[in-house]
Design a protein. Sequence first.
Length: 187
Amino acid sequence: METKEIIQHCKSGNQIAQGVLFDKYYRQMYNLSMRIIYNQKDVEDVLITAFSKVFRNIQRFEYRGDNSLVKWIKTIVINESIRFVNVKPLAVYKEELTGQEINDECYADLSGIDAERVYSIIGNMPAGYRVVFNLFALEGYSHKEISELLGITENTSKSQLRKARLYIIEKLNKIEEHENTKYRFGN
């Protein structure tokens, strides 16, 4: 069944089509929400709410190709994930940095780094850093869009991104130091 057909059946309230739509996009949306919330149980709760909104509002959705549907569902999932983070006192957006500190971008060479290790580091970083990092680096949102989504200033968004990058670099450096020490002493 084509996406356009699935949408039409969903608009008529067909539960089988809703199940097909859910199955088609669940994993992608789960991964997206997981990068923001990083707690399996909470992500599942958020996805139930998000997909309920998708099915309640699908009448208003205008199909403009498969990408338009994915973008629309992603927007709902991101908004629900952020709403969850804002309701639960997980995310703290720390003070803004000065303009000079923000412009001193920090980048690390991540070639050769285990992706699971980086994912684990991202998952353990403070929620405020993680949310901004994921929205900017992985989802492609601008600082202006992030500031509007999270109710923070653009400079706070930039500051959180910079702190997230520094956090990742610091953790990777510690892991590397530990592995080099382990290698030198044969442990």
